[in-house]
Write a protein that binds this ligand. Structure first.
Ligand SMILES: [Zn+2]
Length: 174
């Protein structure tokens, strides 16, 4: 049973967008993939989500065209990891905006419980979701880092859109 009604045919583009981007678990799955953490077990451990919850969101995000699967070699066994498509990368300002808004308006439960959006070009911690407030450059997945102090001591550069597959599921690509 779906969690809620299908909003994909709503007349308002915000409602249609929320049909894809309005689910908290889905957004946290995207956060992990933006962090470059696209392997199921690693995501599961970071999110503390049940297998079924994670599998459903991954499939929804693949179906919606934001993520794609890429095979990788896990000690001789081929497994699938999730990477962003161009459409998924375009959601970066949405995640940036939620983090920036939260930093501005919501209390943090601890000293370390923050997430900052950093423009790697100039090092500024930006307070705008799509443009660096330090230097004015447009933020992309290639020039943006996120800094979550509970996660890493330094900002982490984001994962770029799906590069060429590391290995091909059916042997070498033609
Ligand atoms: Zn900047």
């Amino acid at each position: 049973m779906p969690l809620r009604s299908d909003w994909s045919q709503r007349t308002c583009s915000l409602a249609r967008g929320l049909d894809v981007l309005g689910d908290p678990w889905g957004m946290l799955v995207l956060r992990e993939v933006f962090f470059g953490n696209g392997r199921f077990d690693a995501m599961k451990s970071r999110l503390g989500a049940a297998d079924s919850v994670l599998s459903k969101r991954l499939q929804d995000l693949v179906d919606a065209g934001l993520l794609t699967r890429r095979p990788y070699d896990d000690g001789g066994r081929t497994r699938q990891e999730y990477v962003l498509t161009d459409k998924g990368e375009d959601a970066l300002p949405v995640l940036n905006a939620v983090a920036i808004w939260s930093e501005k308006h919501l209390p943090a439960p601890s000293e370390q419980a923050h997430m900052y959006v950093v423009h790697t070009g100039c090092g500024a911690r930006t307070t705008s979701a799509d443009t660096c407030t330090g230097c004015g450059e447009r933020l992309t997945v290639r020039n943006t880092s996120w800094h979550s102090p509970v996660r890493t001591p330094r900002p982490v550069p984001l994962a770029a859109a799906a590069p060429a597959p590391a290995i091909h599921p059916n042997g070498p690509a033609a």
